[in-house]
Each structure stands twice: as C-alpha cells, then as structure tokens.
Design a protein around this ligand. Structure first.
Ligand SMILES: [Fe+2]
Ligand SMILES: [Fe+2]
Length: 324
C-alpha cells in the first residue's frame, strides 16, 4: 500500500461530498460552493447552507451603515506599543488585576464563540444586513480576546483557572440562544458590563497599554450596543405591525431573559469583589449598570419599535441608539 498524500485525501473528500450531494439534492435545494479544479462544477465544499435567492437583501439602511462603520473602524492589537514602560510594579496589584481580568477574558472569548455561532443563523433567516454586521462584531471580539491575552503576558501573570472562576462561564451560558433577539437581549447584559468595566479601567489608568486597550474597546462596544438597539427595535416594529398581542408576549419573554442573564452577574462580582475594591473600581457604578442600564436599553429598543409600528414615529438614528 502506497503512502496516501494529502492531495489524495482531499480528492477522496471531494468525491465523498459529490456523492452526498447527488443523494440529497433532490429533496432540498441547497447552495454549494464550487470550484473548477479539474472541470466544471467540481465540489470543494459541501454544506446545508440555505440561500433562497442570489441577490441579498441589503435594504436595511441603518444596519448597512453600521456594517460600513464596523469595517472602517477596525484596528489591530499589533499597532499597540506593548513595550511601553509598565506602570504597575507591585506584585500584589498585578495579582489583583489578573483576578479582575480573568472573567473579562472569559467574556471576550465567549463573545467570540456566540457571535460566530449566530452568523449562520442570521444567514439561514435571510437577514443578510445583520449577518454582515456580525462578521465585524466577531472580528472585534477576536481582537478583544487577543488584547487581554497579550496584556496578561505584559503583566507576567496567568488568568485564574476555570475551577476558580466558574461563574464567568455559567453567566455566558445563560446568553447563548439560536433566536437572534433572545441572544441580543442576553448580550445587552454582557455588552453593558463590558462597556462599564472598560470605562472604569480606562479611567483608573493603571497602565498606559491597558488604558489604550480599554479606550479602543469602549468604541467597539458602543457599536455593538448600537447594533443591538437597532436590531431589537426593527424586530419589534415588525412584530407590533403584525400582531400586538404576540409582540407584547415576545417583549415579556425578552424581559425575563435579561433578568435571567443578569442574575448570573452577582456571582462573578462575588468571586472578585476584594480585588475589584483593591484596584479602586467604582462598584456602585458597576452595580448600577447591572441593575438599571441594561434593562433600560432593552425597554428603549422595544418601545422604539412599538412607536414606529403603532404611532408612525420614524426610526432613531444610529447615534441616538448608542453614541459611537
Ligand atoms: Fe468585547
Ligand atoms: Fe462586545
């Protein structure tokens, strides 16, 4: 038996994919990404993606503007001067900050997972404008993950173990949903948290690199919250236009959802309360965000959609949704 080259393995896979295609395509119209490797229509990829028409709907102007902003405002961790003199010299302060930033790093990684998971769901529902925007959101969360991972290296510290920080993972697991508006209602809690923590860390100005990282993240989070508002508002405009009773029930469902997600936050704070106080974090402000701001954002988005549907009010501008 000869050695199987990687190219042969690829070709085996392609033939298998082609077989599957012919066995299944009669029952459902499927879109296949194809390449002309050795002739016309030779498969390079097989999947059950559903695309209902070739020309995408790109008519949601607010979502399209945010998508353009999302592309134009990209930045890179590689542009930060990681060798800038470190201001935090105390071992104790580094330990405390590492504890505080552990759930933050967990949150960024989880955000990357959940945003990436929602991109195909939106495609499946032919919501291309939202799908476009989420590709930039995923890039943002990947960047945030890289930024905090590199900041741990700068501090010569490791993040805490999962066993010592289980609440961060439990909190994130409350957010994930295959229903985009449910997911976004849960995300309101985590994005509001991310925003207020980044603001606090920037204002504390413990280290020049951390302050620069947080300033960039604040702008990214504002875009995420802006999209969140616009998406939920659009959904409720459509729901209230179609059926007021069903829309009210959906709104109650999202209110319950955000309560459920927010209930996962106090255990995170409890795990790091001592360290938060030690680095000088304003716990009052953080708590206020937990209790009030995230829920206010949800109400604003629901009532915005309701007013558009029932009172003919025009949609809010992006800057009204969230100053970016
Ligand atoms: Fe983030
Ligand atoms: Fe975010």
């Amino acid at each position: 038996m000869g050695v199987i080259t990687s190219m042969e393995r690829v070709e085996e896979g392609l033939d298998f994919g082609f077989d599957l295609f012919w066995r299944t395509c009669s029952s459902e119209v499927r879109w296949l990404a194809c390449s002309y490797r050795e002739g016309p229509f030779h498969l390079s990829y097989f999947s059950s993606m559903n695309i209902y028409k070739v020309m995408p709907n790109l008519g949601n102007e607010r979502q399209m503007r945010l998508w353009q902003q999302g592309i134009r405002k990209q930045w890179s961790a590689a542009d930060i001067d990681w060798k800038a003199p470190r201001r935090i010299v105390s071992d104790k302060l580094r330990d405390d900050l590492a504890r505080v930033l552990t759930p933050v790093l967990i949150g960024e990684q989880s955000a990357l997972y959940s945003v990436s998971g929602l991109i195909p769901v939106l495609g499946h529902q032919s919501q291309q404008e939202a799908q476009f925007y989420l590709t930039t959101w995923a890039v943002d969360e990947a960047r945030h993950t890289e930024l905090f991972a590199r900041f741990f290296q700068r501090m010569d510290r490791e993040p805490g173990s999962i066993r010592r920080h289980p609440s961060g993972y439990l909190f994130q697991s409350r957010i994930v949903s295959k229903d985009p508006s449910e997911w976004l209602a849960g995300v309101l809690a985590s994005e509001s948290m991310a925003q207020v923590l980044a603001q606090e860390l920037r204002d504390l100005d413990l280290d020049p690199v951390l302050s620069e990282v947080c300033a960039g993240i604040i702008e990214d989070e504002a875009r995420h919250l802006g999209f969140n508002h616009i998406y939920i508002e659009d959904q409720f405009r459509d729901l209230y236009s179609a059926d007021e009773e069903k829309a009210d029930a959906k709104a109650d469902g999202l209110r319950a959802r955000i309560e459920h997600v927010l209930a996962g936050v106090p255990p995170i704070i409890k795990e790091i309360r001592t360290e938060l106080t030690a680095i000088g974090m304003d716990m009052e402000k953080v708590q206020h965000t937990l209790d009030v701001v995230a829920k206010e954002r949800l109400e604003k988005a629901i009532s915005g959609g309701r007013k558009q549907a029932l009172a003919g009010v025009s949609p809010s501008g992006e800057s009204e949704a969230e100053p970016v």
